[in-house]
Design a protein around this ligand. Structure first.
Ligand SMILES: [Zn+2]
Length: 185
């Protein structure tokens, strides 16, 4: 397994549609393993393929030590609403309140290519919606009001101090010290 670089806000791949995975083969499983390793090192709870520069429709999630792989996920049903603060590994240290469905019913393929369905609430439901958005080129800041979105982007640019790189390299030690506050997806 290897740690992958994470693409950050401004990288075109984060805005692109992913492509359906035709067959969950060893190459896709290797990507899944690398994505889990990268997500854990970055102290995230979710990671989608475009965030590591890939265009497969694949995301991984781990909440409370329960890992989920979702390949070609689709939201079949949404119910209710919930609002909570959200962050993203591709926009580190930027957070904002996002309205999401309280409950989702999702279908996807697992790491063996087997179809499954999942009913989720609360944080898992939020995380599924965040990651599935990534697979369609959407980011959580898109849901913020205009002023909050502008403020988030200007804070992000300030934190970057003129750095124009489109990826960040995850070093487990450094990141573990840095992120003590919120969960990023
Ligand atoms: Zn994200």
């Amino acid at each position: 397994m290897s740690l992958l670089d994470i693409y950050v806000l401004g990288a075109p791949i984060l805005r692109q549609e992913t492509r359906v995975v035709e067959k969950v083969d060893d190459g896709v499983r290797r990507l899944i393993d690398d994505m889990f390793e990268t997500m854990y090192a970055a102290k995230g709870i979710g990671l989608a393929a475009p965030q590591v520069g890939r265009s497969e429709r694949v995301a991984v999630i781990d909440i409370d030590q329960k890992p989920y792989v979702i390949v070609n996920p689709e939201i079949l049903q949404r119910e209710g609403t919930q609002r909570a603060e959200e962050g993203c590994l591709s926009i580190p240290e930027i957070y904002g309140d996002v309205d999401r469905a309280a409950h989702v019913h999702v279908k996807a393929l697992d790491r063996n290519g087997e179809a499954f369905e999942l009913q989720a609430d609360e944080l898992l439901a939020r995380c599924l919606q965040h990651e599935i958005d990534h697979l369609h080129g959407r980011l959580f800041i898109d849901y913020l009001g205009l002023l909050k979105r502008r403020a988030a982007i200007s804070k992000w640019e300030k934190l970057r101090k003129g750095d124009k790189s489109l990826t960040r390299t995850i070093s487990p030690r450094e990141v573990a010290e840095q992120h003590t506050r919120d969960e990023e997806l």
